[in-house]
Design a protein around this ligand. Sequence first.
Ligand code: FE2
Length: 348
Amino acid sequence: MDQLAKLEDLPQEYRDNLEKLNLVPLWPSLRDVLPPETPQPKTKPIMWPYDTLRPLLMQAGDLTPIEKAERRVLVLSNPGHGLENMRATPVMYLGMQLLLPGEWAPSHRHTPNAIRMIVEGNDAYTTVNGQKCPMERGDLILTPTGMWHEHSHEGTEPVVWLDVLDLPLVYFMEASYVEPFGEHQDINGVAANTAYGPGIVPTPVFTRQNPTNPLLRFAWKDARKALENMAASQPDAKSIQVTYINPETGSDCQNIIGFSSLMLRPNETLTLPLRSSAMVFHVIEGQVEIQTTDNNFNMKQADTSCVPCFAPVTLVNKNSDQPTFIFIADESPVQKKLGLYSERPNNK
Ligand SMILES: [Fe+2]
């Protein structure tokens, strides 16, 4: 592909005249915005070990009362995008949030979609549009766009969870804002839909309360059991993975980011296809080595990492006698809706 003329090749007077009229020549930037064959991501492969960030998160609990933080979060920020921009990937924001016993993070709602993946602690709960969602390690709790949510803690030990939001995309679209509620929501008596699963349709009353996202809590014990059943019943399956969906539509449980859990069988090595969307990995149980571009991440329980689009990814279970369970967030739902998603073979 031919080298194109640079901005400096143009006379300064011409460049000044363009700038005065808010005009920009395309050709000096054409190869940057349309690189040949493959995107040139800013996203770097990064790992955030939990045992290094946890002390700083606990310190935040001492330094900043919840009333002065509203949400006490350390953001897992990718230096490739600039730390101040608080992006893990182009679309995904990651944060580790701490709630101490007796604390309450007040109710609000906002345009970005959020999920919580519970990392440690017991007896906290999120209330979403009046539904009480208990938080236990490995549970996935949704707080979709526009739904009121608050966090409460009735236990005795700190509770930590991983937040995943589509904030970078929604902010880029100049569509990001929050509405405070400030008071406790009334818990409306509907159970945290723990009994609601695929093929079980909620009653009309329940549907009217929350027509777009009927299932807000995915218990880890259910997802883990599904993975174990799949591994037992499909021993030849290339990968053991379950996707969290909206059971009424059969589609991804949120519009922009997709969520799944993957089980690596003892000693298993799994090479993923190259994907056009960035991915986030979080270890729920076990130990995994993630081999990717110029990096090998040795991850254990509660560690989190990300890789950019089209990065080679090979997952190696470091346990020889136990499975490893990994939570995955990726940008494929929004890419598919926009017709941008593709996969390529990983020739490793
Ligand atoms: Fe929120």
